[in-house]
Design a protein around this ligand. Sequence first.
Ligand code: URA
Length: 436
Amino acid sequence: MELLSLIRKKRAGGELSAAELEEFTAAVVDGSAPDYQLSALLMAICYEGLSYAETLALTRAFVASGEQLSWPEAQGPVVDKHSTGGVGDKVSLLLVPWLAAVGLVVPKMSGRGLGHTGGTIDKLASVPGFRVALSQGEIRAILADVGCVVVAQSAGLVPADKRLYALRDVTDTVDQLGLIAASVLSKKTAAGAEHIVLDVKCGSGAFFKDLARAREFAELALSLGRDLGRGVACVISNMHQPLGSAVGNALEVEEVLALLAGERDQPDLTELCQILGALLLTAAGRTVSMDEGQAMMEQALAGGAVRERFERWIAAQGGDLAAFRERHRDGYRRIDVRAVNGGYLRGMDAQRIGELARGLGAGRLTAADGIDAEVGILCRCKVGDAIEAEQSLAELVARAIDPRSDRDLAEEYVAALSFGAEPPEVKPVVLDVLLP
Ligand code: URA
């Protein structure tokens, strides 16, 4: 295929036809398109954009580029959730078993963390024995037994996105609405869910820094969902500060375990999950209103059904929670970050906090990097909190061999915070909801 002519056309502001986008996708998958030409086309798309027709055609071509799953044997409505990526975003860890506990079926494919945002697969992999790669037979058996399963994206599902996403990551061409929408919606469509909810993160730690851009993305996703025959709803959620308090793989699993055991409350995390769940329950016809959906979600959590489902799910995928609870963090330093002065915590730069966690070893700079499941950050204060001098702001878990001093690391954390004498306006965790 003459990829050069597509680059030329897009560079000049032209619109690519569905046939051209199909050819382009085929050349991505069969390997005939070299990385340098793909990168040039991606950059041209970033400058010139994609029309709605192009975005839809690209999404369809992505879906058709690999296997497409269906779940005819499912014993309930098949649903899925996707996050555009955040800091401390452990929603899937809690929401997936929660959805199963209220009768929905969740066959979920998740990604690994990249950049300053974490990934569900890395978090789950911190539980000893947890298997993130399962055969189709195993996935179906666990779904029938537990109602939910989370596996790493299989190589056969939207292979075009797999190659292009890796290229986008290293050419700084991730941040384009049409490319993000095609990437997300194609994966969710190919994975076969009837009802999909997107958690569109908005704020300093997200792709979408402001509400207008997050809404633009959400509206695009809703339109694509309609044209692809899937019910897509979007929640725009607050990423102006980390979600919950833990940032880091094992730390986030610990936070969810503590929440399920009733030992620690994380109101922002719980509220977001309840709303995402209520949207799916209502879309699937299990409840007639959001209020009823939220009440059903609340009941499942309070009655212990979510905890029970979480434990069954982790065990079904080989995870050993007893071993997880008993492990020791030998070889790590715990650094208590304390406030110098009193005042109000007015802001947290979630991206900076995510980058600090990544620098400690919780995330990767390139897809080939390894991670350290144990390191990370426990944010002890959230935006709006009144702080006293000497109060603990956070605890950092760093490798003993980290060359930086405790003081330098603590200073990096404090640099991500802003303080003032007046209390700030505290934004809610859910900023907007867009229905199909
Ligand atoms: N998440 C995805 O799956 N794809 C993107 O392009 C961005 C976020």
